[in-house]
Design a protein around this ligand. Structure first.
Ligand code: KG4
Length: 356
């Protein structure tokens, strides 16, 4: 029987990525990151779209070669339609349309946020033969071997989003809480910038926090109703705290960097976890997942695993390679949609913002 082979393209922000799935098994996942933004302390949209244009052909080519698949064998092309930077999305969307049109195969649009969540269902060859579970390879520090069972709660934390999502099925997802201002990743990045750390600051804070005392400093925690989040007050309190201390000691940041990082990281994790705990208790759900770039944070991973042990949660943590933006997750989401026969028209335009 003819195999179902999907090529996926992800270009929503500053990573150009392509992946191939064959009959539900991930064969390749190639990502080119863009160093061009580092000197600006954040992603510059115009530079991102230009870099996508340079990267997309070699990245897609590498993904197909690594998968040992030719374009003639493809069943469909999946692409990230949104949310993200419009210029960046346009590159991936246009490329996907061109390839689908020239091979007369369907297009499948993917919501980037849903894709982050569906990363938990990625299967690779070794797993397909080793177990019936969908847990991706990569030494996942998870206390659960299988992919999440429905319904589950997913803490979706990235540079642009902080949400608690009630995942009822591959298709049906409901945001029950979200940030009303900055995202958790933004809080990491902005506070890192204030300390003079490079962009993106999250991984730097994570690394430095390992050598610091998380109880050294206290920062404001917001009091927001329901399951919603807010991180802009924390960023401001961090800024004022440093400004006041720098007046007394101009070397304050240098002398306390590890402690500052550890204390800040702990505050962000506490804020994230408190709402998640409340949601899990109220909804009586003990199947908990985390997704998005910030799920790479070692403190957050440890905190979730610890909570899992104490509250008997089944905690699902993706391997590092599927935390930040990648096409493997888009491919997985696209594969589910392909099986459901859900295709998108050739005139589908990308969108910058959306709900899940
Ligand atoms: O999901 P993602 O790759 O893309 C966007 O949202 O665009 O997330 C990127 C975010 C950045 O804010 C980055 O600082 C954060 O994920 N991040 C981390 C870590 N690795 C990436 N934050 C904290 N600790 C990390 N180890």
């Amino acid at each position: 029987m003819k195999k179902t082979i999907i090529l996926a393209i992800e270009s929503s922000c500053d990573d150009t990525s392509a992946a191939v799935i064959s009959d539900g098994i991930l064969l390749s996942n190639v990502t080119a990151s863009q160093g061009v933004h580092e000197e600006f302390g954040g992603v510059v949209p115009e530079l991102a779209s230009r870099a996508h244009q340079l990267n997309i052909v070699p990245v897609v080519d590498a993904a197909l070669k690594r998968a040992e698949v030719s374009t003639d064998q493809l069943s469909a092309i999946a692409f990230t339609r949104g949310p993200g930077l419009l210029g960046s999305l346009l590159v991936g969307t246009s490329f996907a349309k061109g390839l689908a049109l020239s091979h007369n195969i369907p297009l499948v649009e993917v919501n980037h946020l849903q894709a982050h969540i569906l990363a938990h269902f990625i299967k690779t060859n070794s797993e397909a033969s080793n177990s019936s579970s969908g847990r991706p390879i990569g030494g996942t520090p998870s206390n659960s071997e299988a992919s999440p069972s429905f319904p589950f709660l997913c803490l979706l934390v990235s540079g642009g989003n902080s949400q608690i999502v009630l995942v009822k099925s591959h298709r049906e997802m409901e945001i029950i809480g979200q940030t009303i201002d900055d995202a958790a990743g933004e809080a990491f990045d902005k506070c890192a910038k204030i300390m003079g750390l490079p962009y993106p600051g999250g991984p730097w804070i994570d690394r430095l926090a390992k050598e610091g005392n998380a109880e050294a400093f206290q920062f404001a925690k917001p009091n927001i109703p329901g399951y919603n989040y807010s991180f802009s007050g924390l960023k401001t309190s961090f800024l004022y705290f440093l400004r006041d201390n720098l007046k007394e000691n101009p070397n304050f940041i240098e002398e306390n960097k590890a402690d500052l990082c550890a204390s800040l990281q702990k505050t962000i994790i506490d804020i994230l976890i408190n709402k998640l705990k409340r949601a899990a208790k109220d909804l009586k759900i003990n199947e908990i997942a985390v997704a998005g770039g910030v799920s790479a944070n070692s403190g957050l991973r440890d905190a979730l695993l610890d909570l899992g042990r104490r509250h008997r949660w089944k905690v699902h943590i993706p391997p590092f390679s599927y935390t930040t933006d990648n096409a493997a997750m888009v491919c997985q989401a696209g594969y589910f949609k392909y099986l459901d026969g859900e295709f998108c028209p050739m005139d589908a335009a990308p969108y910058a913002k959306t709900k899940i």
